[in-house]
Design a protein around this ligand. Sequence first.
Ligand code: KDO
Length: 331
Amino acid sequence: MTTNMKQAAKTLLAATVVAATFGASAVAQAADITLRLSTSATAEDTRAEAMEKVFAPMVSSFADFDGHWGSSLFKQGTDLEAIARGNLDMTITSAQHMAEFFPEFSIFSAGYVHRDYEHQKAVFNADFMDDLKAKAEEELNVKLLAVSYLGNRHVNLRTEERINTPADLKGIRLRMPGSEAWFFLGSALGADVTPMAYGEVYTGLQTGAIDGQDNPLPNDYVMKFYEVTKQIALTGHLADLNYIAISNKVWNSLDAHQQAILQGAANAAAEYASHQIIQKEADLVDFFKGEGLDIYTPDLDAFRTTVQKAYLESEMAESWVPGMIDQINAL
Ligand code: KDO
C-alpha cells in the first residue's frame, strides 16, 4: 500500500471514528452550508437576537447563520421571491406577505382572528395547515418552519384627538406595510391607507407624511416611533405573527439529523422571541406613558364588530378555505 493510500486510509478511519463518536453532523462539519437570512426586522429587534443567539448556535455543527437585518439585503416584501428564485436561504415573513402568493393565507392576517401566541401555535400546528404548507413548499420553494408572535398591533398616531371608534379614524392617513392584505386591514379600521416600508415609517411620522402607523408596542419601541407620535389607541386589532421560513431546496439538501436540529432551532428561536415580546408588551405601556404618550383603550366592541364584518363581507374571505375560520375559532 503506497504512502498516499495509507494516508487516505488513516483520514477515512479518523473521519469514521469522529462520525461514530459525534454523529453524522461531525462529518458534515466539512460540508458546512451558509444560511443567509434577510428580513425587515432591524438588528436591535428581539427576532434578530433570537436568530443570532438561539438559532445560530444550535445549527452551528453543520451551518453558518448569516443574518441580514433591516431589509439590508432585500426590500421588505421581496424576501419570499428571493427565496423562490434561489437567491436567499431564509427569511422571517408574514401571513400578509404569503397572501400575495396564496390568497388563502389572508385568513391568518385577518383582524381579531388570532387571540394570542398559544392560539397562533395551535393554528400553525393544526392538520388543516398541512395542505397550505405543502403548497408553499411546492409552488414557492418556501418551507414554513415555525410561527413567532409579533405582538398585538395598535394604532399609533402623531395626532392628539382620541380615537374611540373606527369613525374617528376617517381621514387619518394610516401607514400600512405594502401588501393588499395590510391595506385591507387599515381600511377595515376606518382609516385612509398609505403604503410605506417599515424602515421609512419614522421619517414619515416625523415629517407628517403620514398621521400614524400600526405596530405592536415592542416595534414602536425598537423603531423609536414613540419619539414622533402622541398617542396609542390600544385597538389590539391583530395578534400579529411572523413565520420563520427556509428555502425548501435548502431544507431538502439536509439529512434527517440536520433537519431535526434545524427544526428544533427554529422552534427555540420562535419561543424565545415570542416570550420576550410578550414580556415587553407588558412593560411598555408604562414606559410610553412616561415618555408622554396618551395610551388608552378605545371602544373595542365597535372596532371588533366593524373589522370582522368588513372581512366576512370581503372578496378576500372568498379565498379562505371553506370552514377554516370555524376551525381556527374552535382551537
Ligand atoms: C411592518 O412593516 O409594520 C411590520 O410590522 C409588518 C410585519 O409583517 C413584519 O414585516 C414587520 O414589519 C417586520 O418584521 C419588522 O418588524
